[in-house]
Design a protein around this ligand. Sequence first.
Ligand SMILES: NC(=O)c1ccc[n+]([C@@H]2O[C@H](COP(=O)([O-])OP(=O)(O)OC[C@H]3O[C@@H](n4cnc5c(N)ncnc54)[C@H](O)[C@@H]3O)[C@@H](O)[C@H]2O)c1
Length: 347
Amino acid sequence: MNILITGGAGYIGSHVAKQLLETTKYNVIILDNLSTGSKKTLRTLESIRKFKFIKLDLKKFKKVDKVFKKNKIDTIIHFAASIVVPESVENPLKYYMNNTVNTTNLIKCAISNGVQRFIFSSTAAVYGEPAAISKNGIDENYPTNPINPYGMSKLMSERVLQDTAKAYPYFKYVIFRYFNVAGADIHYSPSSIDHLLSANLSPRIGQSFPDATHLIKIASECAIHKRAKMSIFGTDFPTDDGTGVRDYIHVDDLASAHIQAIDYLGDHPSDVFNLGYGKGFSVREVISTMKQATKVDFEVVEAPRRAGDPAILVADNNKIISKMNWTPRYNDLVLICESAFKWEERV
Ligand SMILES: NC(=O)c1ccc[n+]([C@@H]2O[C@H](COP(=O)([O-])OP(=O)(O)OC[C@H]3O[C@@H](n4cnc5c(N)ncnc54)[C@H](O)[C@@H]3O)[C@@H](O)[C@H]2O)c1
């Protein structure tokens, strides 16, 4: 089966590519413009197994269509996007062009070239600022109401996919709405018999883009003293310790759901799934876990809330567990922090 991964040189796409390359079942083709993706990551993936890399921007519509004409693509896993929320507020057209317009063209190429499966990276940002949340978190039927162009650009892409699949019944999709993705490649250097010790954790790939804004990435940068200090934005939320609560999912568990989705679409209809662990941690809990896991203390300052940050954002993940039988393996905040820290030490 030939699988096209757009954005496969980036953080999440490379973890999915790694898992696909670790089996011999799939031919992998990565298409990436390397705007935030990394050549070093591609070299690391090459060391697992050979694959085809196409350096191309999705906005080059004719060239993208030629990729489909030259390669018989069975499945697209589409990660390529612009992903920085504040930037999407300042420069919305960049987000609508790169995320919605380019995704629409990719879907058009898929239809004109007979692709049957499309797996799409969406985001919990499509839910916006949920008002009241049940204890079980947000399920997929929760009303969508994005509050920034990034979330809206993804919701619009979801709609294009859904309408297209209605019109072309052979074309099926899985939309994944990710919660907070964190951590790095769970890989141990086999230097001792007890190699599955956190001391031997040795991620080969991780989040490389220098201006990442994710909490666990920033905390790990503080722990290796790449940053002098970090801020907690908002200490007066209606949560137990006053800081925002989020659902942090390890990137390798997130990746495994994509691999399962390929087979799932063989005999199931198109669907939308949340991807998270269904458990929330506050900002203070994450920072103290990073400090304990790394045994490094660092300065933390309190700052006002940022506009549009909801108090709690936790997934109800019952749908993916019951329908896809997805079984996460790394549901452990300490391991997530350790892997992020070990990766940060390497880059
Ligand atoms: N990281 C998260 O926490 C998170 C949360 C929710 C959703 N997502 C979604 O997951 C996907 C992957 O995110 P990520 O964190 O790996 O980001 P990333 O920036 O690391 O990866 C994106 C990749 O796409 C490539 N790319 C961007 N625009 C392109 C274009 N026009 N043509 C070709 N390649 C292009 C980049 O070079 C990069 O390799 C995105 O669609 C994002 O919206 C991420």
